[in-house]
Design a protein around this ligand. Structure first.
Ligand SMILES: C[S@@+](CC[C@H](N)C(=O)[O-])C[C@H]1O[C@@H](n2cnc3c(N)ncnc32)[C@H](O)[C@@H]1O
Length: 375
């Protein structure tokens, strides 16, 4: 089966790296997604284990669709009856680029009609849409339609641990991509001194413990007719691979008592509360004698007038604290435009979007441990 992993702008390299670590080779990201071949075990495995990828889509077919008639015929020719019952709740997610069929809403209607026609031709009596959810993707590029079924359902950033609301949280998949791209490993100290609801520290702990981020949730494909019951076995296999040894300390701090209580609750739900040391503290006071640590942070960037001066002194203090740490690396995601002027020129930078806000991700690579150095 052909599978596609959609990836958000700026985190393509992290998803490629994690796919390669999971044994799926080195596929390029084309038009915002990475294609690979796999079976139902891979569908289960990828849904459970991907940290930075957004979803796992199953490729149903690809065909020329310069007109609505071609789109209807192409979709109707696909074996929907093998996947869906007459009760399926079909939702259409459409996109079109550089194609004649740009009226994507109308194209979505055509796709749904073609699926229902096909199901009717294969014996479905009537449709009540009270059953399993089926998110059908239609992406038309250069007059060629790619039709997919979303095996994940809810996006993979929904791990299940973030139950409380908090201002400006980082998307879990973005936090995981930052951890994936960093020098972090379970033998290094990690700190997020602006932890908010705890996302970066929790994703670091899940990574260090090799806990599958999807372990606590379910996925749409399990309700489809033809999907074999592979998820339970893959869940068990993932449990066996959890690292149960000692980790170097993971610190999470924030100046807000509410942030600390939200982050603790989330860490507890993610099963990593015992791995994170929380403290009510000012980020500018963070210090450590440990070498080669990893500082990952998503400081406030202030949308309101009048915050600018406050922010400048906050960033200056944070910069002094980081530059005093021995051989640490820093990974900072912020939309604050003055960031590099205050913190220093980054070794590398990337553009990301968090909640539709254009942010920079700034990398400051510290020294690597010398032979014989513990951390
Ligand atoms: C953008 S939010 C971080 C959101 C977080 N990444 C998450 O996923 O929920 C910024 C956080 O910085 C905290 N903060 C502001 N000034 C601080 C300071 N001087 N020291 C520590 N934390 C501070 C705020 O309370 C807020 O929780």
């Amino acid at each position: 089966m052909r599978l596609y992993i959609p990836v958000a702008t700026g985190i393509e390299a992290s998803v490629k790296r994690e796919l390669s670590r999971l044994g799926y080779g080195e596929a390029p990201a084309i038009r915002g997604r990475i294609a690979l071949e796999g079976g139902w075990e891979d569908v289960a495995r990828l849904n459970l284990r991907l940290r930075a990828g957004e979803r796992v889509l199953l490729g149903m077919g690809e065909f020329p669709a310069p007109t609505f008639d071609d789109l209807f015929a192409g979709v109707r020719a696909l074996p929907w009856e093998e996947f869906l019952t007459p009760h399926a709740r079909i939702l259409i997610d459409g996109k079109s680029f550089q194609s004649r069929l740009m009226a994507i809403k109308a194209a979505g209607g055509v796709v749904k009609k073609a699926i229902l026609t096909r199901l009717k031709e294969h014996g479905a009596p009537q449709f009540d849409e009270k059953g399993e959810r089926a998110i059908v993707g239609v992406s038309i590029f250069g007059d060629v339609a790619t039709v997919t079924l979303d095996t994940s359902g809810d996006g993979l950033h929904k791990r299940g641990y973030r139950v409380l609301t908090y201002d400006a949280p980082l998307r879990e998949t973005t936090a995981a991509a930052i951890v994936e791209d960093s020098f972090y490993g379970r033998e290094r100290v990690f700190c997020d001194p602006f932890c908010g609801s705890g996302t970066l520290a929790i994703e670091a702990a899940l990574y260090a413990r090799n806990i599958a981020p999807g372990a606590m949730r379910t996925f749409d494909f399990t309700a489809w007719k033809c999907a074999p019951p592979v998820l339970a076995r893959e869940r068990e296999a993932a449990k066996e691979e959890v690292f149960r040894g000692e980790l170097a300390p993971i610190f999470a701090g924030d100046i807000s008592p509410r942030a600390i209580s939200v982050a603790k609750e989330h860490a507890m739900r993610a099963g990593v509360a015992g791995d994170i040391r929380f403290s009510l503290a000012d980020a500018g006071d963070f210090t450590s004698v440990e070498k080669y640590g990893v500082l990952a942070a998503n400081p406030p960037y202030g949308e309101r007038l009048g915050e600018k001066r406050e922010l400048s002194s906050l960033y200056k203090k944070f910069s002094r604290a980081f530059h005093a740490l021995p051989a640490w690396s820093a990974y900072v995601i912020t939309a604050y435009p003055e960031f590099e002027r205050i913190f220093g020129r980054a070794t590398r930078r990337r553009i990301l979007y968090n909640a539709n806000i254009r942010c920079g991700l700034y990398f400051y690579f510290g020294e690597k441990p010398k032979e014989g150095d513990k951390r």
